[in-house]
Design a protein around this ligand. Structure first.
Ligand SMILES: *Cc1c(COP(=O)(O)O)cnc(C)c1O
Length: 393
């Protein structure tokens, strides 16, 4: 294995420190490596593979679409595109959707749409955006500019001008940054990469109010916390608010790369032909994935399931915190949870992997749990068993 990995690394840009595992395939909610070793998957390909790896309805729909055509181009319509747009608008409570290929692209598009809205509403001078410390919005230059982790941004400065960072869950710090030139506030209702921090209701609702009062676009980045992950279709639903623009990706294709941003007509119609584009976005294969994922969510009642199993996982993680000195706190909603430890988690994650459990980190001290949404309570028990073993409880 070690030799093979050295060979592989010869031709991969070293932008990831990968674990020394070569996966071959997935089965149900397990991954299997090239030696046949099975791993219970609590990473879900980073909150992507919500249907697990053995959903035949999804796989067959994709196979059929591959036979019909993978890509036609955005100069034309296709039925999968039409259907996916209607479904995404419906589940997100918006009217119109733009499809792209990733979360970063979804946020890039959202920033452009917000800017366009400002220009068309008499605010040509507005060029400032407020984001949050610890926020994660992607790695492309625009999305990176609003990402709240300095070390990701610094090597690539200068960034987009006019971006400032407030403290998450500190509404006053947001208010202090609002100026007459602010055109957008971008926020995750539950911060993912930053360490699994759910928003306080007053914080999200307060941002909504600031945006309403100042004609500022509120962008909710639902790339990770959306698509059923938190036990609601979108995390902003926990707060009884609606963003002006919602961005999504990870879970909406369940493994096929798809991103999207969506808004009500008044906002969405600010973009006209020529304003934005993508070659691959909205291709029929990706759109078939989106349609089938949404249908499967309904058929399997996955949002409700994520809520139920997620609550159970929350209880089990809270119990772990009670019984271990090095487990500091358990946070999250639905099947998006974090366990903060008083020590770096990397070694624990490696040891869990050796014992057949895939976990992910969210920052140095937080283990993140974003399993396929189809996991059952028994899988949570298995996970807790291995984790307890690894942290010596
Ligand atoms: C992963 C993520 C992104 C970036 O998505 P990519 O598909 O990696 O470009 C943006 N926002 C949030 C909240 C994410 O979790």
């Amino acid at each position: 294995m070690k030799e093979r990995i050295d060979e592989i690394n010869e031709h991969l840009i070293y932008s990831y420190k990968r674990y020394p595992v070569i996966f071959d395939h997935g089965e149900d909610v397990y991954l299997v490596d090239v030696n046949g070793k099975k791993y219970l998957d609590f990473g879900g390909g980073i909150a992507v593979c919500s249907l697990g790896y053995s959903n035949d309805v999804y796989k067959n729909a994709l196979k059929e679409q591959i036979d019909k055509g993978i890509h036609f181009s955005n100069y034309f319509y296709s039925e999968p595109l039409a259907e996916a747009a209607k479904k995404i608008a419906f589940i997100s409570g918006t009217d119109k959707v733009f499809f792209c290929n990733s979360g970063s692209e979804a946020n890039e598009g959202a920033l452009k749409l917000a800017r366009k809205y400002a220009i068309l509403h008499g605010h040509e001078d507005r060029h400032e955006i407020i984001s949050m410390n610890k926020a994660f919005h992607g790695r492309s230059m625009g999305a990176l500019s609003v990402t709240g982790t300095k070390k990701y941004r610094e090597p690539y400065e200068p960034m987009l001008p006019g971006v400032s960072f407030a403290e998450y869950n500190d509404l006053d710090s947001v208010k202090a940054l609002v100026t007459e030139n602010t055109y957008a506030i971008i926020v995750e209702a539950l911060q993912g990469e930053g360490g699994i921090y759910p928003a306080d209701p007053e914080f999200i609702q307060g941002i909504r109010k600031i945006c309403d009062e100042n004609d500022i676009m509120m962008i909710c980045d639902e790339v990770q916390c959306g698509m059923g992950r938190t036990g609601r279709m979108f995390a902003f639903e926990h707060y009884g608010i609606k963003p002006d623009i919602v961005t999504m990706a990870k879970g909406i294709g369940a493994g096929i790369s798809v991103g999207a941003f969506a808004a009500r007509s008044e906002v969405a119609d600010c973009m006209v032909p020529g304003d934005h584009g993508t070659t691959f976005g909205g291709n029929p294969l990706a759109m078939k994935a989106v349609c089938t994922v949404i249908d499967e969510f309904e058929r399997l009642e996955l949002v409700k399931h994520a809520d139920e199993v997620g609550r159970y996982m929350g209880e089990q993680l809270a119990a772990l915190v009670e019984s271990s000195d090095i487990c500091v706190s358990a946070r999250g909603l639905g099947l998006m949870r974090g366990l903060e430890m008083s020590v770096p988690v990397a070694d624990y994650i490696s040891r869990a992997l050796e014992k057949g459990l895939v976990l992910m980190a969210a920052g140095a001290n937080v283990i993140r749990f974003v399993p396929p949404l189809v996991i059952e309570k028994s899988h949570v028990d298995d996970m807790i068993g291995i984790l307890s073993d690894v942290i010596n409880i």
